[in-house]
Design a protein around this ligand. Structure first.
Ligand code: FAD
Length: 457
């Protein structure tokens, strides 16, 4: 059956306003933050569970691929419909279904924007910690599917630590639910954990139950500057060893800092070569005690400058370098190859040095920053794709970096997922037998390989 007939069937089934096939819709739902593009044939906007089920039943019957999509700000091509077919976009399923303050639980549809969940919790004296930097555009469905992390994850954990239960649909349109509303739950296999981070390849998620926690009484943000890369990375190791458990532990290298200074038209007055941004939270007494220890560790590490903020305006000011990083580094070269490797924390410093060495050896611009407390180093190889030398070198460097992280028992992706952009490297981390197990698991959920096909492996 051709696409015209499929779209007619879908319109008859769930209503014509929820099905789009015009060029501008196909284009708008063809890419994510990687810039990889492929037009779908149809964009469907389910408004409730029965719409999801009906779309999937039709797609399944006529063997049409379906790619779920949240905010479309993924960094691995996960929501790009590489095999065409239907993009199922969740912008109309964006309701918070229940805020259960007694049980500290939220029931949400997948299209709720992450930042809205964080803000609603904040307004009720509660706290939802996972805070990807994309939180103003990403959805909770996308976060669950990628098991998103963020600056606060060092202390508070990643999305999977807050998902109590998921509900959704198999590719054949049948409803399933995994997990429970209880903190302890060991009945059956932990399929909920398998679905979190499965990149939209196992089920279409229709409802998520999240755990929230009480908001810490006090919070301060600290920016510490060093005049060597190593001093900054070593300071981070001291913070971890000393058990100061900051709620944010972010690292910025000199190339990133120079890019932000250029972008904001500011100066690097103290010749700073690395910056560590930390947030301490807890009771006021606890925060003050930790701050004293932190200052001492900073002095021992040869600190260049230290700034402390305890109100929103000052925090905004201290956070400005980190917040402006993405647009600033995009100004350095036309293309950014954005990787999110993660290594055991004891290997962070060596890994940063290894990658800076590669940048020098190949005369390339590599920008590093990220959530170093959990070993997650955002590594951006900046290139001009029209420059053959840079293009070739970026491939060699990428290959070396992935081999290196696997050799130190790290991972090729800490939080962005494999999707399309890293699937050719999955074999560096897993054997053929192991990848075959992934394939078999997928076929249990989706035997015809129609749900988000072409991703991960
Ligand atoms: C500037 C910027 C900063 C970022 N910072 C971070 C960061 O700090 N930490 C981090 O972890 N990531 C970060 N990311 C990556 C990205 O934002 C996250 O991966 C986020 O979770 C993607 O959410 P999304 O709603 O845009 O999902 P999409 O990109 O739309 O989709 C991501 C995946 O989820 C699947 N999916 C979406 N909805 C559903 C559903 N209902 N059912 C089943 N599958 C579904 C899709 O098929 C796809 O495979 C950043 C991205 C950008 C552009």
């Amino acid at each position: 059956m051709d696409i015209k007939n499929i779209s007619d069937l879908l319109r008859n089934s769930i209503g014509s306003s929820k099905i789009k096939t015009s060029e501008e819709f196909l284009l708008s739902y063809s890419y994510d933050a990687t810039g990889i593009k492929k037009n779908p044939d149809i964009v469907a906007f389910p408004e409730n569970e029965s719409d999801i089920s009906n779309i999937l039943k039709i797609a399944s019957k006529f063997k049409i691929p379906v790619t779920p999509r949240g905010g479309g700000v993924g960094y691995s091509g996960g929501s790009v419909p590489v095999q065409g077919g239907i993009v199922m976009a969740f912008s109309k399923m964006n309701r918070i279904l229940k805020f259960d303050e007694k049980n500290l639980l939220i029931e949400a549809e997948p299209g709720v924007i992450t930042g809205r969940i964080i803000d609603i919790c904040e307004s009720r004296g509660l706290f939802y910690p996972p805070d990807p930097a994309s939180l103003k555009n990403s959805t909770i469905g996308g976060n669950v599917s990628e098991n998103a992390g963020g600056p606060r994850c060092f202390k508070y954990g990643v999305t999977s630590d807050y998902v109590m239960a998921v509900e959704g649909f198999l590719m054949n349109g049948e409803k399933v639910k995994f997990g429970s509303y209880s903190i302890k739950d060991v009945s059956g296999y932990d399929i909920k954990k398998l679905i979190v981070g499965s990149e939209g390849t196992l089920i279409v998620i229709s409802k998520i139950v999240l755990k929230v926690i009480p908001k810490p009484e006090s919070r301060i943000l600290i920016r510490v500057e060093f005049n060597s890369l190593k001093a900054g990375a070593d300071f981070i190791m001291k913070i971890i060893r000393f058990n100061l458990s900051p709620s944010v532990l972010e690292f910025i290298d000199k190339t990133s800092l120079d890019a932000v200074n250029k972008y904001l038209r500011t100066e690097n007055e103290r010749d700073t070569k690395s910056i560590v941004i930390l947030e301490l939270d807890g009771s006021s007494g606890d925060v003050n005690n930790k701050l004293k220890s932190l200052k001492r560790l900073a002095l021992e590490s040869g600190v260049n400058d230290i700034k402390i903020a305890d109100n929103t305006a000052e925090m905004e000011e201290l956070w400005s370098i980190r917040r402006n990083l993405s647009p600033a580094i995009s100004n350095l070269k036309p293309k950014k190859i954005n990787e999110d490797i993660a290594v055991p924390i004891g290997k962070v410093s060596d890994t940063i040095e290894y990658i800076s060495g590669l940048a020098d050896e190949y005369d390339m611009c590599i920008v590093m920053f990220g959530h170093l407390g959990d070993g997650n180093i955002h590594t951006n190889i900046m290139i001009d794709p029209a420059d053959k030398r840079e293009l070739e070198n970026s491939k060699i460097i990428l290959d070396k970096i992935f081999k290196y992280v696997v050799s130190v028992k790290g991972t090729i992706s800490g939080e962005h997922g494999i999707g399309l952009s890293k699937k050719e490297y999955l074999g560096y981390q897993y054997s053929k037998t192991e990848i075959d197990i992934f394939r078999k698991i997928k076929s249990v959920f989706d035997p015809d390989n129609l749900l988000n096909p072409g991703k991960i492996f």
